[in-house]
Design a protein around this ligand. Structure first.
Ligand SMILES: NC(=O)C1=CN([C@@H]2O[C@H](COP(=O)(O)OP(=O)(O)OC[C@H]3O[C@@H](n4cnc5c(N)ncnc54)[C@H](O)[C@@H]3O)[C@@H](O)[C@H]2O)C=CC1
Ligand SMILES: CC(=O)C(=O)O
Ligand SMILES: [Mg+2]
Length: 567
């Protein structure tokens, strides 16, 4: 069976017939096949007689969706729709973006990952096993995709899913979820993408002991085996699909950093948790700083959680401070990073290489109060001493921004910028309603997971989502349209400015980031800015001229049904 897009004729051409048509989600449109298509494709009698439009199908699917009793059931319903009729799935999500993003993405995707081996129906991508690296190429080829057919691959090893940790093979759902967002938010062509699970085992005992667990049933492998496996994947993926951007998602902090450092100068690659999060955080900070009316170099920034996301955030803030005139040392000194053993300080146990720029001198913190159980200086003491103007949470510790800490911060700052970025929702360091109450409505807030608007003293506060979903879809589309072969720092900074430029946070109650119902437009702005930055850096291999916005808009894939021709 063979199905191909014939661009010249503007139609799909397939050798499939009968049930094989209905069981191919890329081809299937069920009751929307026309009479003529039904005859040509041998579908007469295999579907009920009425011919529906996609609008009618979408209306029915939406009713079925709404009838699901829980968010997890809605996620399972949408996954099943995706596996049955991919275009209808994207049509539905596109029509209800703000409502469904929390179902296919954070927070509900977290629950779907935890329940993966129980809710499993059909495979969601390509599963590569550390126990058989010799099969990587064969598995990637088995997708039937050729060298010019893939723009983007999202891969995970499932070690650090959102803030919920190691979920082994269930991690495939974060790759699938990110891909859904690429398409819903920016119109990246889903048929030119792949989700990949790099199964290196799991250290979660309950999965290893679970007879239904579907992944490799052994602990995560040693470093040497791991690195060789990643290398084999990169070699196979870049050889088979030379134009594809390799996106890395939810790796543990050590691996995330090492992989990015190893490959970023050599191949077209992007770590979402480090680079995408850094960019969306920078956007929130730029917008918050503008609303606060205090120039960026005058801010003091405290970050709780100095892991993959936290240090990615710190690095882009440091670079932005340097761009505004500070030396690299001065810039780093404006950032206080607090991890599981408190403020990063000289000689602390367990410091990681990538944290080094933010480690504070012993002399600086000599008189600061320590918490011996914690093994260092706690967040509350850091806030008391530093008097931060910006407080960022990337710790995965729900409720860590306590009333005492937030009130202490707000006592010294007119408009505190507070960004609890951890996901899923229950791991937010604080919730917007509390932050507004504790600061008398003065806090400028954005959160990693979605929150409803908050009424406080007669003002409705819209809460922007400081989530890399504001960045990676547009970044991907912009890079694809520009024919980029690298993701450069300039492209990330351009993305951050484009996001910040989409909102005016100065009005009372206005969000500091563009809302999700405007995500399509935000992604266009990001894509245009990213394409231009790629051209400036000399990494674009397609022309990026005055018509770039038109080209970005034209490149966005649409879920309408094209004609199907039996061949
Ligand atoms: N909003 C967004 O776009 C994004 C949000 N995140 C969120 O950030 C959180 C962290 O994710 P990653 O950086 O990928 O994980 P990670 O595991 O790399 O980093 C978490 C860090 O928090 C530290 N930590 C743990 N307990 C702590 C405590 N009690 N106090 C202070 N630090 C503590 C850990 O030592 C680690 O360094 C997750 O909840 C994730 O969902 C991550 C990426 C994007
Ligand atoms: C949003 C995201 O990438 C995370 O929470 O890991
Ligand atoms: Mg992530």
């Amino acid at each position: 069976m063979n199905t191909k897009w014939n661009a010249a004729a503007g139609r799909l051409e397939t050798t499939a017939r009968g049930r094989a048509v209905l069981s191919n989600p890329r081809l299937n449109r069920g009751t929307a096949f026309t009479e003529e298509e039904r005859r040509e494709l041998d579908l007469v009698g295999l579907v009920p007689p009425q011919v529906l439009t996609q609008d009618q199908q979408a209306a029915r699917a939406y009713q079925q969706y709404q009838a699901q009793p829980t968010d997890l059931a809605k996620n399972v319903y949408l996954t099943a729709l995706h596996d049955r009729n991919e275009r209808l799935f994207h049509r539905l999500i596109g029509d209800h973006l703000a409502e469904m993003l929390p179902i296919v993405y954070t927070p509900t995707v977290g629950a779907a990952i935890e329940r993966y081996s129980y809710e499993y129906r059909r495979p969601g991508g390509v599963y590569l096993s550390v126990d058989a690296p010799e099969d990587i190429e064969r598995s990637l080829r088995a997708t039937g995709l050729g060298p010019g057919d893939v723009d983007l691959i999202v891969a995970t090893d499932g070690e650090a899913i959102l803030g919920i940790g190691d979920w082994g093979v269930g991690g495939i759902d974060i790759a699938v979820g990110k891909l859904a967002v690429y398409t819903a938010a920016a119109g990246v062509d889903p048929q030119r993408t792949l989700g990949v699970m790099l199964d290196v085992g799991t250290n979660r005992r309950e999965l290893l002991d679970d007879p239904l667990y579907l992944g490799n049933r052994h602990p995560r492998v040693d470093e040497e085996t791991y690195d060789a496996f990643i290398d084999a994947y990169v070699t196979a993926a870049t050889t088979l699909f030379p134009n594809a951007m390799l996106h890395w998602e939810d790796f543990g902090p050590v691996h995330a950093r090492r992989i990015l450092d190893r490959y970023r100068e050599k191949i077209f690659t992007f770590n979402d948790d480090i680079q995408g999060t850094g960019a969306v955080n920078l956007a929130a900070v730029l917008s918050g700083v503008e609303a606060a009316g205090v120039p960026l170099p005058d801010h003091r920034i405290v970050i709780l959680g100095a892991g993959t996301a936290g240090i990615g955030v710190a690095d882009q803030l440091r670079d932005a401070l340097v761009a505004s005139g500070l030396s690299p040392q001065q810039a780093a000194s404006r950032i206080w990073a607090v991890d599981r053993h408190g403020l990063l300080t000289e000689g602390q146990r367990g410091l990681r290489d990538f944290q080094t720029p933010y480690v504070r001198r012993g002399t600086e913190v000599a008189g600061w109060q320590r918490d011996e159980e914690l093994g260092g200086i706690p967040l509350a003491e850091v806030v008391r001493r530093v008097r931060p103007t910006i407080l960022i949470g990337t710790s995965g510790q729900g409720g860590a921004f306590t009333e005492e800490i937030v009130r202490a911060m707000a006592a010294h700052v007119r408009r505190p910028v507070i960004l609890p970025m951890s996901n899923p929702t229950r791991l937010a360091e604080a919730v917007p309603a509390d932050l507004l109450a504790w600061t008398g409505g003065r806090a400028l807030i954005a959160t990693g997971s979605p929150f409803a608007p908050v009424e406080f003293e007669g003002v409705t506060y819209e809460i922007g989502q400081a989530n890399n979903a504001l960045v990676f879809p547009g970044l991907g589309l912009g890079a694809i349209v520009a024919g980029a072969d690298r993701v450069t720092d300039r492209m990330l900074v351009a993305a951050a400015h484009a996001v910040a430029g989409q909102t005016d946070a100065t009005a009372p109650g206005a969000p500091i980031l563009p809302l999700i119902d405007r995500l399509r437009e935000t992604s266009v702005a990001v894509a245009v800015a990213v394409a231009r930055a790629a051209a400036q850096d000399g990494v674009a291999h397609a022309p990026v001229g005055d018509d770039i916005e038109e080209r970005v808009r034209a490149a966005a894939w649409q879920p309408d049904y094209p004609p199907v021709k039996a061949v």
